[in-house]
Design a binder for this molecule. Sequence first.
Ligand SMILES: [Zn+2]
Length: 199
Amino acid sequence: MTDYILDRKQLETRLAKLAETPYTGEVSFGAMCYSPMCIDKEITYECVACGESTKSRIYAKNERSHKKIQDIVNELKSAGFDVFLDERVYCKYCNDKNPDENQYPTFMIRFDSKDFYHKVESNSRYDYLCLNAFLSGCDYFLDSYDVTQPLYYNIDCIVKMTGLTGSAVEAWMHVIREDRRTEFSEFMRKQWEKHKSEI
Ligand SMILES: [Zn+2]
């Protein structure tokens, strides 16, 4: 059973701490196999809002990732979070634009019923895995390739997905974000060398 943190203040404190605490845990480099991309076919999307079916190329490309995203959002809902995934972009009945244009579902979250929802458009599994790790008290997550992604290097992604902020986070976002990217490459390189020497 995962211990989710629902309270906004506690989450902000946690985010500030994460932004300042270098990751020292285990690292996985994942399996070096990549799933085939660029599937050019149409599949049917069953709309969760209106129940109609739409044949969509965009949905065909996103299907696997989207199912994982739905799972994560449902898990957050069961944990008690006020979250919602608006995926009407895939439905030609709910969407006044062409469902084959590149559009993203909208994720919404709020930590208090008095707040407005924080809204973000994303179809990236990475974003939702990162969000889930943050809310569930982990300090890393495994991305789609099973590579370890410490939250310390993903503060911007957490901010994008939650709308949470704070002074430590502001500093991270505006001053040290690029340094962190370089630091992360260096960190992974060192870990990789250590890993190679052990096998
Ligand atoms: Zn619909």
